[in-house]
Design a protein around this ligand. Structure first.
Ligand SMILES: Cc1ncc(COP(=O)(O)O)c(C=O)c1O
Length: 365
């Protein structure tokens, strides 16, 4: 096997090695079928069992209330930016409230505006997206079709603490959890919709999981393209057409792995420890490293930080590579570095990065 390095990519991202090993085995033949996971019919009994387990695992991990549907859809999280307003806003005669904390909620708001009235209730852009809003910053329209948040802004590394999501009363809150799904326990009943593309914390690119409250599923009107109707997808248990079978299968393996690891409380404990190594290196560097996000909303999944200048950054990244620490360059819109440390990133990898940050600081301070 080619040597594996520590891959800090924001997505597609590192997957758990035990999951990759099972996938490697099943690539030739799924146990009991003699057929590859890439070859199997989505209408087969074996695949039926896989998609059912994928959903059951998701429900179990989040203790999801019965009155939510779970769908496995295509088109990435970006497709949800369009499907949500098409299904839940367009025909309501109401507007949608958006909390814009970074690049992804901004994009979602812009896409939604093609289908209905969008009201940005808070925008972090003038401050360069460094924080989430405070409760007193937010006033929601009590008659909005929905309110929208992104739980973790992948590019800026801004995350709502689990107990600090906005309170929207009777207005359903929609949440893009693409980059922090499964990172911690969360009460999903505070959301009308909770969705995530898989390619960060839940599998390979190609599948997006959407948990939606029943009454919202019913909002889809019949004039929508069939493939873009939640009602159609939910009624057909995500098997209206050929679903992304391989992605759903890996999603199932990852959720098996999460359950074996001890569930989301265990992941939260590990994630806090992992993120702590990097934030400690930042905080103990006397300003040599500067974190992008304000402390109270620092992400445990994406750690964005800067160095005093571009030359030092280039040397840091070069040195990181020789230590098998790769994909650490920040997004072009923010600059600096970003370490994406999803569930599957081994603790050893994060420790090695923290050691390199400390060593580099000592050499260059
Ligand atoms: C928070 C968040 N939302 C949405 C997206 C877009 O996902 P996709 O590329 O699957 O459309 C991303 C991708 O990085 C993301 O991090």
């Amino acid at each position: 096997m080619e040597k594996r390095v520590y891959n800090f990519s924001p997505g597609p991202a590192v997957l758990p090695l035990p999951v990759l090993e099972i996938a490697q085995r099943d690539l030739l033949a799924l146990p009991g079928t003699g057929i590859s996971i890439l070859e199997i019919s989505h209408r087969s009994k074996a695949f039926g069992a896989i998609i059912e387990s994928a959903e059951a695992n998701f429900r179990k991990l989040y203790n999801l209330p019965e009155n939510y549907r779970v769908m496995f859809l295509q088109g990435g999280a970006s497709m949800q930016f369009a499907m949500l307003p098409m299904n839940l806003l367009r025909n309501t005669g109401k507007s949608a409230d958006f909390v814009v904390t970074g690049t992804w909620s901004k994009k979602a708001a812009e896409e939604s505006a093609k289908f209905g009235k969008v009201n940005v209730v808070w925008n972090g852009k003038p401050e360069n997206f460094v924080r989430k809003p405070l409760p007193q910053d937010l006033t929601f329209d009590a008659d909005a079709a929905y309110a929208y948040v992104c739980s973790n802004e992948t590019i800026q590394g801004i995350q709502y603490p689990a107990d600090a999501f906005p309170k929207t009363g009777n207005v359903p809150m929609l949440c893009d959890a693409s980059s922090d799904v499964f990172c911690r326990p969360l009460n999903l009943s505070q959301f009308g919709v909770y969705f995530a593309c898989a390619q960060k914390n839940a599998g390979p690119a190609g599948v997006t999981v959407v948990a939606m409250r029943d009454d919202l599923v019913e909002r889809s009107t019949d004039d929508l393209p069939t493939m873009l109707s939640y009602k159609n997808m939910a009624e057909n248990n995500s098997l209206f057409n050929t679903p992304p079978t391989f992605g759903i299968y890996v999603f199932k393996l990852i959720t098996d792995w999460l359950l074996e690891m001890g569930g989301l409380s265990k992941m939260e404990e590990i994630n806090k420890r992992k993120a702590g190594y990097l934030y400690d290196a930042i905080d103990h560097s006397n300003g040599f490293y500067t974190g992008h996000a304000h402390r109270e909303c620092r992400s445990t999944m994406n750690v964005a930080f800067r160095m005093p200048n571009d030359e030092l950054q280039a040397a840091f990244l070069e040195g990181a590579k020789t230590r098998d620490l790769v994909e650490l360059k920040g997004h072009r819109s923010v600059g600096g570095c970003r370490a994406s440390i999803y569930n599957a990133m081994p603790e050893e990898g994060v420790k090695r990065l923290a050691d390199w940050m400390n060593e580099f600081y000592d050499k260059n301070k």
